[in-house]
Design a protein around this ligand. Structure first.
Ligand code: SF4
Ligand code: SF4
Ligand code: FES
Length: 311
């Protein structure tokens, strides 16, 4: 045992306040654990499983911040359990861990994130243009590095869905799930729209069926992204500008005609999606029946997490 274990205010114990329950309801249960230096929240959850609650459900895979499986709400803030160090949390207070509030609970800390996979099916996929005669000769496409770089940031996404969880448009309004793709999928759409070879035009689809206009640029999604993707500044705002271009700017329209930048029409692009129409909405009880964190911990939460007006 370390002399002055971190994250415990000099005590040698830490209280883990974990959500236990399923879709019918549940509550927080306290587990008092010996503290150990250098641990992350997932380590302590595993020790709770090993010593006190072998039936505690928790999803994880890599323990390296790369698989996106261990998303949860730690002291009210959406975060990865495997990347949240115990010594980064308030000293001497219970550590609250709850499942993501925006998605239906399966059991304990595990939620059903299949809504996101349904949304993913509705994004028209990458569709490269035909090769030029020169490119056919060399057997590959030619692109400017600067054009490739713009969309590369979005490829760092690990699909943890923390940004989806924090976004008030779906977190607080279940009914919006049928008509709002969410920040992860705006980033995906931006990645494809900005790809120099892609010919699908997703702009009208984003505006008319995927709720781009519902985003009010609060940047909560950017704040919780473990990959530090600037979702709002680099994906959502440029997409909003492109939508305006497509709908209202005759000069931009003329420019595209002159430059012969041939994109597929929105209808043709939509027809290439694996699925069309609104996403299937999973039933969810309001706020998943999880009470807000204690006032002290709620104050420490990021905007959009566990408070009445996130996003
Ligand atoms: S900026 Fe705010 S409203 Fe827009 S997608 Fe991100 S969290 Fe949602
Ligand atoms: S954009 Fe960031 S927060 Fe959203 S799913 Fe990808 S990695 Fe997670
Ligand atoms: S276990 Fe893979 S991201 Fe946390």
């Amino acid at each position: 045992m370390a002399e002055d274990p971190v994250g415990t205010g000099g005590t040698d114990e830490v209280t883990m306040r974990l959500w236990r329950g399923d879709e019918t309801g549940g509550s927080f249960t306290d587990y008092v654990m010996p503290s150990q230096e250098g641990e992350v929240v997932l380590d302590v959850i595993h020790r709770v499983q090993a010593t006190q609650a072998p039936d505690l459900a928790c999803r994880w895979n890599c323990k390296a911040g790369k698989c996106g499986s261990c998303s949860a709400e730690i002291n009210g803030r959406p975060a990865l359990m495997c990347m949240t160090r115990m010594d980064s949390l308030p000293v001497g207070e219970a550590v609250t861990v709850a499942p993501m509030r925006a998605f239906p609970i399966l059991r304990d800390l595990v939620t059903d994130v299949s809504y996101n996979y349904e949304v993913a099916k509705r994004i028209p996929p990458f569709a490269p243009r035909a090769k030029t005669a020169d490119e056919e000769k060399v057997g590959g496409y030619r692109m400017q590095q600067i054009d490739v770089e713009r969309s590369q940031e979005f490829r760092k996404c690990i699909e943890c869905f923390l940004c989806q969880d924090v976004c008030h448009v779906i977190r607080d309004h279940e009914e919006n799930k049928t008509a709002f793709a969410g920040p992860r999928f705006f980033a995906r759409a931006a990645e494809l729209e900005m790809h120099p070879l892609d010919v699908n035009d997703r702009r009208q689809l984003l505006q008319q069926e995927q709720g781009l206009g519902k985003c009010n640029i609060t940047k909560c999604c950017t704040e919780v992204c473990p990959e530090h993707i600037k979702i709002t500044d680099n994906a959502i705002i440029p997409l909003k500008e492109r939508v305006v271009d497509a709908s209202y700017d005759p000069v931009a329209w003329l420019g595209r005609k002159i430059l012969k930048r041939n994109k597929r029409s929105p209808a043709e692009a939509a027809a290439t999606s694996p699925a069309t129409g609104p996403a299937a909405v999973q039933p969810r009880t309001e706020t998943n029946g999880i009470p807000a964190p204690e006032p002290a911990t709620a104050a420490a939460a990021a905007p959009g997490a566990g408070d009445p007006s996130p996003g």
